[in-house]
Design a protein around this ligand. Structure first.
Ligand SMILES: [Zn+2]
Length: 165
C-alpha cells in the first residue's frame, strides 16, 4: 500500500499551478517515480489512484498540463494511448506555431536553412529533420527554387551551387 502522507510529502506546488513531484524521476524530464510499497511506479499514476481511485486496465493517466512531473489530482485524467498521441501532436503544433510538416517556412527559417547548409556541416536530410520539411524541400531552398519574387515565380532558375553539392 502507498503511504499517502509520505507520498504527498514529496510533492511541492509549482509557480505554474502544478503540484510537482520532488522525488526521483524516470530519467531527465521524465515522469515522477514513486514507491508504492511493492514497486516503483509513475508518481502521477499513484497520485491518480490515491485521489480518483483505481486506473482502469489498459488506460493511461494523462496530464492536462503536459507536465510529466505533475501529480496534481485536478490535472490528471485517464485516457487511451490514442488520446495521448493525438494530444501530443496538437501540443507540438501549438508549441511551434506551425502546423504540419508541409507548413510554410518563415523567411527567417529559409535564411537559416541556407546559412546552415552553407557551413557544410549539415546535410539536406538533417536540415529537413530539423525544420520538419522534406529533404527535397531543403534541396529546393538551398538551390533557390522556391521563394522567388512573385513576378518571377515559375521561372526555372539554374540551380545555384549544383556543382559543389
Ligand atoms: Zn499540472
Amino acid at each position: 500500500m502507498v503511504d499517502a502522507n509520505r507520498f504527498w510529502s514529496h510533492a511541492a506546488p509549482a509557480s505554474n499551478g502544478c503540484l510537482e513531484w520532488a522525488g526521483a524521476t524516470f530519467g531527465p524530464g521524465g515522469y515522477g517515480a514513486a514507491w508504492d510499497g511493492e514497486r516503483t511506479r509513475g508518481a502521477h499514476r499513484v497520485a491518480y489512484e490515491l485521489t480518483h481511485g483505481p486506473i482502469p486496465d489498459g488506460l493511461l493517466v494523462r496530464h492536462a498540463c503536459d507536465n510529466r512531473r505533475c501529480v496534481k489530482p485536478e490535472h490528471l485524467s485517464v485516457g487511451t494511448y490514442a488520446d495521448n498521441a493525438r494530444d501530443c501532436t496538437e501540443r507540438a503544433r501549438k508549441a511551434t506555431g506551425h502546423h504540419s510538416p508541409l507548413a510554410k517556412l518563415t523567411d527567417d527559417q529559409v535564411a537559416e536553412i541556407r546559412a546552415l547548409y552553407a557551413t557544410g556541416k549539415w546535410t539536406q536530410r538533417e536540415l529537413g529533420r530539423r525544420f520538419s520539411v522534406t529533404q527535397a524541400r531543403v534541396w529546393q531552398i538551398v538551390h533557390d527554387r522556391v521563394r522567388t519574387a512573385p513576378s518571377v515565380r515559375g521561372v526555372e532558375f539554374r540551380p545555384v551551387g549544383e556543382a559543389t553539392s
